[in-house]
Design a protein around this ligand. Structure first.
Ligand code: AHR
Length: 502
């Protein structure tokens, strides 16, 4: 089987916003406690943060981390997490039916972000709280000093303001599971008022309003339209979430889910345009896809705690999906979609980063390791920076429940002009056939293959564990070559690859 791709230097989609490779950390399960923070761990630094985890995060070059939730934020009092640790209250977290010690709050998270070299993206609570909490939190975090909240921050040990730019106006407010869930008009009005107040403090903030929790919600896509009609002039991004699952063990169909993602993005982009036109506005609003990942492996195991039968444990092992090789392909496809939609998707966050539906896993007191999905995320984040190319791909395809014709070969291409590199990320969705793929490099000066990484595995369900961390990992490819302005590469069945040319 064969496929062809045309990459032309002048046919571009957009400069990719680096923040499309962001991540998310919530006070949920063992994401924070035993994830990034474990004071008794042999690798812990003076702040109790795990050094082995920080190293794995640093290697990913994560540009931004969204915090502290998620569903958790909708009943969170940020004040509980500041001040002397021994005086911080233990609270019941209604979202995940657990106890929250508040040992980690915004100070500890900010210090950790500095350690791993990432930017904070904070969420305010618009579930159980509103405008007042948001303005106070903003003043605490961003005001230099001389006011009640900024002086409290200084008293609590942080002199300089953090100057956090990105703020989420609540989380998944369309979801009936959300504490303080609202309908689109109620939420739209509250979000607009909160945004107005926050902008009175600083008109240059980047504000993110909640879109739908997923495209299967009853209220989708009217939710987006109504919320944007209330908030269009006051926000910069609308947030979308989507989780991917292979519940019926149908791999071809599972891998077709990126078509559903693409349609979701396209629909919301059109809704943004509709509201823009209606308002006769010159301003643009973009998409912040601030929760995405595969999530289903752990569902059954979590039920007991989520139903309340497991009591109110502190940091139980919730949402600990163990990812397999098949999920590598899915994550590669999701990232390809974001690259191809980089004209409208400006922020995206893998949900989440450590232990909770995450590329990084830890054992209490033991090792931290890379799950299978760490690798496609790593390759895209580290090498997928630059300009997205408008590729023309010709590949045979197949039908799924999500789309009539899904190409076997899915590819995205990134041109980094400064470095003079071209990076291609390729997935072969075919069950049994290798696909000879030729990429015509138009307008690029010659070049040779400088890196070729291949991920294949005879067992789609193979996983990495604490004791067998390297079962699924990339290997150097050998057959990619550039000749006569054409890159040729063979894609084995069910494979992920990165090929870089310079
Ligand atoms: O990431 C896990 C949860 O998924 C988040 O808390 C919530 O926003 C979403 O439903």
């Amino acid at each position: 089987m064969k496929a062809s791709v045309v990459a032309n230097k002048d046919y571009t989609i957009s400069k990719i916003d680096d923040r499309v490779y962001g991540a998310f950390l919530e006070h949920l399960g063992r994401a924070i406690y035993e994830g990034i923070y474990e004071p008794d761990h042999p690798t812990a630094d003076k702040d109790g943060m795990r050094g082995d985890v920080a190293k794995l995060v640093k290697d990913l070059n994560v540009p931004v981390v969204r915090y502290p939730g998620g569903n958790f934020v909708s009943a969170y009092n940020w004040e509980d997490g500041v001040g002397p640790r021994e005086e911080r209250p233990v609270r019941l977290d209604l979202a995940w039916h657990t106890s929250e010690s508040n040992a980690v709050g915004v100070h500890e998270f900010a210090d950790w972000c500095a350690t791993v070299g990432t930017e904070m993206m904070l969420a305010v609570n618009l579930g159980s709280r509103g405008v007042d909490e948001a303005r106070n939190f903003l003043e605490y975090v961003n005001h230099p000093g001389g006011s009640y909240w900024s002086d409290l921050r200084i008293k609590n040990g942080r002199k300089e303001p953090w100057n956090v730019k990105m703020w989420c106006l609540g989380n998944e407010m369309d979801g009936p599971w959300q504490v303080g869930h609202k309908d689109a008009h109620e939420y739209g009005k509250l979000a607009a008022n909160t945004a107005r107040a926050m902008r009175m403090f600083d008109k240059n903030l980047e504000l993110i309003v909640c879109g739908s929790s997923n495209s299967d919600m009853q209220s989708y896509p009217d939710w987006e339209r109504i919320v944007l009609e209330h908030t269009y002039d006051h926000v910069d991004h609308i947030s979308l979430h989507m989780y991917f699952a292979n519940r019926d063990n149908n791999t071809p169909n599972y891998l077709g889910l990126s078509e559903k993602l693409d349609t979701y993005i396209e629909t919301v982009a059109s809704t943004i345009k509709q509201v823009k036109a209606k308002r006769k506005s010159k301003k643009d609003v973009y998409i912040s896809f601030d929760e995405w990942n595969v999530w289903y492996h752990s569902n059954k195991k979590d039920r007991e705690i989520l139903d309340g039968n497991g009591g109110w444990p502190h940091a139980p092992g919730l949402l600990e999906d163990i990812y397999n090789f098949e999920d590598v392909l899915m994550v590669g496809l999701i990232l390809n979609t974001f690259i191809r939609r980089s004209d409208v998707v400006k922020i995206a966050c893998i949900a989440q980063l450590v232990n909770v539906i995450a590329p990084i896993m830890t054992e209490k007191g033991g090792p931290a390791w890379a799950q299978t999905i760490y690798y496609p995320y790593f390759f895209a984040s580290v090498f997928g920076r630059g300009t997205a190319l408008q590729l023309v791909t010709n590949s045979p395809g197949y039908e799924t429940t999500h789309a009539k014709d899904t190409a076997y070969v899915d590819v995205s291409g990134v041109h980094n002009e400064e470095e003079g590199t071209l990076s291609f990320f390729l997935v072969n969705r075919h069950t049994s056939e290798s696909i000879e793929t030729e990429v015509s490099l138009q307008g690029f000066a010659g070049g040779t293959v400088i890196d070729h990484q291949v991920m294949t595995h005879p067992d789609l369900k193979a996983v990495n564990t604490a004791r067998n961390q390297d079962e699924v990992k990339p290997k150097k490819g050998e057959d990619a070559k550039v000749e006569g302005g054409k890159l040729s590469v063979k894609l084995p069945p069910y494979s992920y690859q990165m090929v870089r040319v310079k």
